[in-house]
Design a protein around this ligand. Structure first.
Ligand code: NDP
Length: 333
């Protein structure tokens, strides 16, 4: 059984590759450069080229970007689409975020419909960003809630990432409704994703966006002042990766959106766990009496669908923080 995974050089995608291989799938990843493709293969020296290979897709926002990548022999059975920009360096909101997110998503769906008739399901990495309503929080967040952001608001630099994920996911559901392709889709909607960094892809300088706060903590950058938590929900990357793979393995996952979260947290809580699991970091960490910014009346969450349908069991924060810090210390601070 063969899977195409877009954005193979990403943090979440690297963990998805591990689980796809463990579960016996033949995996082809898309990357933007030969160099990244080679790094991925080099990190899996014992895996044959039938089991793991890469194809180049340089600019996912271009018309027809995926037309060649979706053709393969033997042909693909499933596609996992994770590629999408996630960083804080917004220069041109349309070019940097909205186009690659939205056109990247519709582009791969169009390419599959036209050139990959054997594909049965496409799993798309969406986000809690496509669920949250920061202006008026839901009482309880679940798959039923949609971020109501408008096109007018989308180009605001502080909102463009969330807009890119919301409009990309909407475009995917609209595509299926209007085009009635042979495949169905499922979306995975995680909040902040923490977990072991992928040393063959990133240095501490280029660490993926959601793990930056872990690096900053370990480097002593929160000693004087803890960064605002901002999004008070998290999930472990290995659970997110498993959710993607389960979403192709479980027939009932088709046509569904999955809110995958382990629950609430604050940066202060991460610091407290770090003190417990890594006492040697004491001099880098904020004082024990530093305040937590987790609001007492924080919104609720309902992640029951992900547990029921995908069979997920969420890792606890302590395990994730400890493993993430170990992975950061392993590459040196
Ligand atoms: P990374 O930045 O590590 O991975 C992003 C991937 O997308 C990389 O492979 C990157 O390629 C690729 N990509 C980004 N922009 C483009 C582009 N314009 N053209 C082609 N490829 C592009 O982030 P994550 O692994 O964290 O994110 C993966 C997915 O998960 C994204 O869809 C993101 O929105 C989503 N997500 C992430 C969360 C998190 O907390 N980490 C939370 C919720 C959703 P390259 O390496 O070449 O830059």
């Amino acid at each position: 059984v063969k899977v195409l995974l877009t954005g193979g050089s990403g943090f979440i995608a690297a963990h998805i590759v591990d689980i796809l291989l463990q579960h016996g799938f033949d995996t082809v990843v898309t990357v933007r450069s030969e160099e990244k493709g080679k790094q991925i293969l080099k990190a899996h020296p014992d895996v044959s080229k039938e089991k793991l290979s890469y194809v180049l897709v340089k600019d996912i926002a271009q018309d027809g970007a995926f037309d060649e990548a979706v053709k393969s022999s033997p042909p693909f059975d499933y596609v996992l689409h994770t590629a999408s920009p996630f960083h804080h360096n917004v220069q041109d909101p349309v070019k940097d975020f909205l186009d690659p997110a939205i056109k990247g998503t519709t582009g791969i769906l169009k390419a599959i419909k036209a050139y990959a008739p054997t594909v049965k399901r496409v799993v798309i990495t969406s986000s809690f960003a496509a669920i949250v309503n920061p202006n008026q929080h839901a009482k309880v967040y679940s798959e039923k809630v949609w971020n109501p952001i408008t096109w007018e608001e989308a180009k605001d630099h502080s909102m463009v990432y969330r807009a890119s994920k919301t409009f990309a996911e909407k475009a995917a559901w609209d595509f299926v409704k209007n085009e009635k392709p042979n495949f169905d889709i499922a979306t995975i909607n995680p909040p902040l994703v923490f977990g072991p960094i992928v040393p063959y892809l990133n240095s501490l300088e280029t660490i993926n966006t959601s793990n930056q706060r872990m690096r900053n903590l370990v480097q002593g950058k929160m000693r004087e002042k803890i960064e605002p938590t901002a999004t008070f929900l998290w999930v472990d990357v290995r659970d997110v990766a498993l959710a993607h793979v389960r979403a192709i393995e479980v027939p009932e996952a088709g046509g569904e959106r999955f809110f995958v979260t382990a629950g609430h947290f604050s940066n202060k809580e991460i610091a407290d766990i770090a003190r417990e699991t890594h006492p040697q970091l004491e001099s880098k960490l904020p004082p024990t009496d530093a305040p937590s910014d987790l609001p007492a009346d924080i919104y609720g969450i309902d992640n029951s669908k992900s547990q029921k349908v995908l069979g997920l069991k969420y890792r606890p924060l302590k395990e994730t923080v400890s493993d993430t810090i170990n992975s950061i210390l392993a590459v040196g601070v």
